[in-house]
Design a protein around this ligand. Structure first.
Ligand code: AMP
Ligand code: GLY
Length: 425
């Protein structure tokens, strides 16, 4: 098969490497891809949000399957456009992708179907939101823009002033653009966070190995929220009892709710969960593979990913036995100095071979360019240095040993990825 993967980050690199293991794959393409991906798949300079451009590329390359990985093209309806042209496509259609595209939609869905989540109210008017927050008088207060905001649309306000500023900056200054014309104010939950990616064909849902993200920029969960500074899998807080509770109260009810709403979800549904003292609750849904969760989950997959993608598309997922390696995986993200604020690009990266790799680990490229035989930085998150091991400490030791060998000016990484997971045991 010839397969086109849409996207250009570490997640897409991880998807491509797992697809490359399949003996059904003849050729892999990626748009737009990045420096590291270009060493394993042929890359094309078409933006992941360019629906017409991607459809045209898929036709030109006569591919047998298209995998749409990022949230924005999914929410915009790229899968609908590809399906209309007869392509076998992995990813939810526009009607289903709204589960990530609108927080108001997802919160209302959970309320309607009794799926546990933080208590909330929805607002279209800034003054009403502010008076509600003041009347509640409970801090921290969580303020979320309705739409996609590059993962930054959530503000945890520590006091009344911060909450008022959050509402005004989202609704009036539109710091997240039109995604802020509606907002959700919700209860602050506490407890360890668990990411569970799942495959679903709309009929059944098969959770993948669980994982734990590290969203803050600095050690000790300090600093700004980022797209994710590192991940480990499996997540020790996702015990067998928690998994059972999630399947009964969250996973199955969610796919059944989407079906009942006429929005059958096919693809990877990501459950962002928190194990609170009152049970597991949904923090957010994503309509796609997580980044950098995918980088620690897919290396542990022991079943042909092409078979799984095809079964999801055809609605025959129950025919497949999905297997996982009994190992642990860790990913340490090396980011540009300054990320998630302003950072330079175009810095030369040393310590990588001509495939963009270093011994003992797999380096998933997130923001790199390959020019004149050199890898240069080209984004905030640059590399995800990933290793497997018989236990988490062994995996982390390999990741951090490799991080020491890779250099670019002002590279920033957390030194405590996996610390919370290790202490949970
Ligand atoms: P999200 O973009 O929805 O993943 O939110 C970003 C991060 O904000 C989450 O990973 C949580 O750490 C935090 N968060 C979101 N909602 C809540 C909540 N209701 N209570 C506590 N923390 C939250
Ligand atoms: N790592 C969180 C996300 O992909 O949204």
């Amino acid at each position: 098969m010839k397969i086109l993967v849409v996207g250009g980050g570490g997640r897409e690199h991880a998807i491509i490497m797992k697809l490359a293991e399949s003996n059904r794959v003849e050729k892999l393409f990626c748009a737009p891809g990045n420096g590291g991906i270009s060493r394993y798949a042929e890359c094309f300079d078409v933006k992941a949000t360019d629906i017409d451009g991607i459809v045209a590329l898929a036709k030109k390359l006569a591919v047998d399957m298209v995998v749409v990985a990022p949230d924005d093209p999914l929410v915009m309806g790229m899968v609908d456009a590809l399906n209309a042209e007869g392509f076998m496509t992995f990813g939810p259609d526009k009607a289903a992708a709204i589960i990530e595209g609108s927080k108001v939609f997802s919160k209302d869905l959970m309320k309607k179907y009794g799926i546990p989540t933080a208590a909330y109210e929805t607002f279209t008017d800034a003054e009403k939101a502010i008076s509600y927050i003041k009347q509640q008088g409970k801090y921290p207060a969580v303020v979320k823009a309705d739409g996609l905001a590059l993962g930054k649309g959530v503000i945890i306000a520590q006091n009344e002033q911060e909450a008022v500023d959050a509402v005004r900056s989202i609704m009036e200054d539109k710091i997240f653009g039109e995604s802020g014309s509606k907002l959700v104010v919700e209860e602050f939950l506490t407890g360890p966070e668990i990411s569970v990616l799942s495959f679903t064909d709309g009929n059944i849902v098969v959770p993948m190995v669980s994982s734990m993200d590290h969203k803050r920029a600095l050690d000790g969960d300090q600093g700004l929220n980022t797209g994710g500074m590192g991940t480990v899998a499996p997540n020790p807080f996702y015990t067998e009892a928690v998994a059972k509770e999630c399947m009964e109260n969250i996973f199955l009810p969610t796919i059944n709710a989407m079906k009942a709403e006429g929005r059958t979800f096919k693809g990877c549904l990501y459950f962002g969960l928190m194990a609170t003292p009152d049970g597991v609750k949904v923090i957010e849904y994503n309509c796609r593979f997580g980044d950098p969760e995918t980088q620690v989950v897919l290396p542990l997959l022991d079943t042909d990913l092409v078979d799984i993608f095809e079964a999801v598309y055809k609605g025959t997922l129950s025919d497949i036995d999905i297997k996982w390696k009994n190992e642990c995986c860790s990913c340490v993200v090396m980011a540009s100095g300054g990320y998630p604020k302003k950072y330079p690009t175009g810095l030369e990266i040393s310590g990588l071979d001509d495939k963009g790799q270093t011994e003992g680990v797999f380096v998933y490229h997130a923001g790199t360019k390959f020019t004149d035989g050199k890898f240069l930085t080209a984004g905030g998150r640059v590399l995800g240095v990933t290793a497997t091991g018989e236990n988490l400490q062994a995996a982390l030791d390999k990741s951090y040993a490799a991080v020491k060998k890779i250099h670019f000016e002002n590279a920033h990484f957390r030194t405590d990825i996996g610390k919370r997971a290790l202490s949970a045991k």
